[in-house]
Design a protein around this ligand. Structure first.
Ligand SMILES: C[S@@+](CC[C@H](N)C(=O)[O-])C[C@H]1O[C@@H](n2cnc3c(N)ncnc32)[C@H](O)[C@@H]1O
Length: 215
């Protein structure tokens, strides 16, 4: 998907409840170990929630996103980060890797520019029908990966897994469809593909937060 479509969605992601707060966001911030003198790169910053929280915790933050409308400090994809090796103490990337065309290259890039730690948070794989629902809802969806797949990406990027935590995040279905601008005619098929994962207009999203350190 072109980054311009993401730019059109920028306001929706800035105000989205599931993006602006949550247990996953708290953990990403904690594991970046922010504070005075700590530099962090927020990859795929979107509405800037990770960056905002890191700055509140005293860190110096640079944001990067390929969509101009996200108004990041630098406009670039995760697969080609325009920074020198070891430029930041920590690199964070939350709820975005499932959109990356080449996730392994992106994790390698994050490991390259991080001096000490890489913290990634993303939804994890549930089933092929859920993947189909995600793609129909938002054609920019590439894939949600399993915990073992994340371990293999970290291994390929030369990172040891220092910590990981799985959790379920409650997601309200209608605002989720609205945010991606899913055409009305596709919405019932998305709900059908998700099946009994949906209850009372909500579903739980299994989510992984994983922290890597250089080997
Ligand atoms: C759901 S939003 C990110 C949410 C944000 N990190 C947060 O915590 O609220 C997904 C973002 O991924 C970005 N994106 C899509 N493809 C990308 C790529 N290849 N590299 C980096 N960012 C990408 C989009 O522009 C969008 O801003």
């Amino acid at each position: 998907m072109s980054s311009d479509l993401w730019s059109e969605r920028a306001d929706a992601y800035r105000t989205s409840a599931i993006h602006s707060s949550g247990e996953d966001l708290d953990l990403v911030i904690e594991w970046c170990e922010p504070g005075e003198g700590v530099s962090v790169l927020d990859v795929a910053t979107g509405g800037g929630h990770v960056a905002r929280r890191l700055r509140e915790a005293g860190a110096t933050v640079v944001t990067v996103d390929p969509a101009p409308g996200m108004q990041a400090d630098t406009t670039a994809p995760a697969e080609a980060l325009p920074f020198a090796d070891d430029s930041f103490d920590a690199v964070a990337c939350r709820l975005a890797a499932h959109h990356f065309a080449d996730v392994v290259t992106a994790v390698k890039e994050m490991a390259r520019v991080a001096k000490h730690r890489v913290v990634i948070c993303d939804n994890t794989f549930v089933s092929e029908s859920s993947e189909e629902a995600d793609r129909l809802r938002d054609p920019s969806h590439v894939r949600n990966y399993s915990g073992p797949e994340w371990h293999s990406f970290f291994e390929l990027a030369g990172l040891d897994v220092a910590a990981e935590e799985s959790m379920e995040r409650p997601l309200e279905i209608e605002p989720w469809l609205e945010r991606a601008g899913t055409p009305e005619e596709d919405r019932s098929r998305v709900r059908e593909l998700l099946g009994d994962r949906i209850a009372g207009g909500w579903m739980n999203l299994p989510t992984l937060v994983i922290k890597g350190v250089a080997k």
